[in-house]
Design a protein around this ligand. Structure first.
Ligand code: SF4
Length: 215
């Protein structure tokens, strides 16, 4: 995309994340699949071994876009299979690309502990998601975004992690080849195409669809 492979950019994100938020861990795990390259980058920079400690079931859909909380909860349990042989007795650095509601992340931390992880250090390859996306990604309204509701320390506590580190916005842009051209509205609240703060997410999306249809 934009002249670079997504894998290269994600690896840089992982390396930068390791510099900004080092962790004392025995293994680095990805929340598969979108975080695999970020976790590999974290592993390369930190020297902590990358392991496949979570296996994803590819026959279950994305969890954060499911409207009902019950659906999301049960999906997490069948979507990820922990590998006990890798987790037992280990200090785990768990790498994800983002935290939206926090529901999946919290369940994953519990799952790792239940399967023997002695510590769980959560690392996120993006800043906190604090604003909804009106451009196509189905993130929820602000009142459902944990990054908009709680401080990082409160989020760490909610997740039940031993530590939590988010990549800085500056760090994220430093990983792009030409950072200034990319949207970062869901992290910064600076929307490159104006939105009406009084309108609902659906109203604004429909407005943009109408504009695009008229081009
Ligand atoms: S960066 Fe922009 S386009 Fe991408 S998810 Fe965030 S708000 Fe949406």
């Amino acid at each position: 995309m934009f002249g670079e492979t997504v894998d290269r950019v994600r690896r840089r994100i992982g390396r930068r994340l390791a510099e900004e938020h080092p962790a004392e861990g025995d293994v680095v795990l990805a929340v598969p699949d979108s975080s695999n390259s970020i976790a590999l980058g974290y592993s390369e920079a930190s020297g902590i071994r990358y392991e496949l400690g979570l296996i994803r079931n590819h026959y279950v859909g994305r969890t954060f876009i499911q409207p009902q909380q019950a659906g999301r909860d049960s999906s997490v349990r069948i979507k990820f299979n922990p590998v006990r042989e890798i987790l037992a007795g280990r200090r785990v650095v768990l790498v994800d690309d983002s935290i939206v509601r926090g529901t999946t992340s919290r369940k994953l931390v519990r799952m790792l502990r239940r399967n023997g992880a002695t510590e769980v250090h959560f690392r996120v390859g993006s800043p906190p998601v604090t604003y909804p996306c009106f451009y196509g990604i189905d993130t929820p309204s602000r009142r459902e975004l944990i990054g908009a509701l709680k401080s990082p320390e409160e989020i760490r506590e909610y997740l039940g992690a031993d530590s939590l580190g988010y990549l800085s916005l500056e760090g994220l842009h430093a990983c792009e080849r030409d950072g200034s051209q990319y949207c970062d509205a869901c992290f910064s609240g600076t929307y490159p195409i104006a939105i009406d703060p009084g309108a609902s997410k659906l109203q604004i999306e429909n407005l943009h669809r109408g504009r695009l249809a008229g081009l």
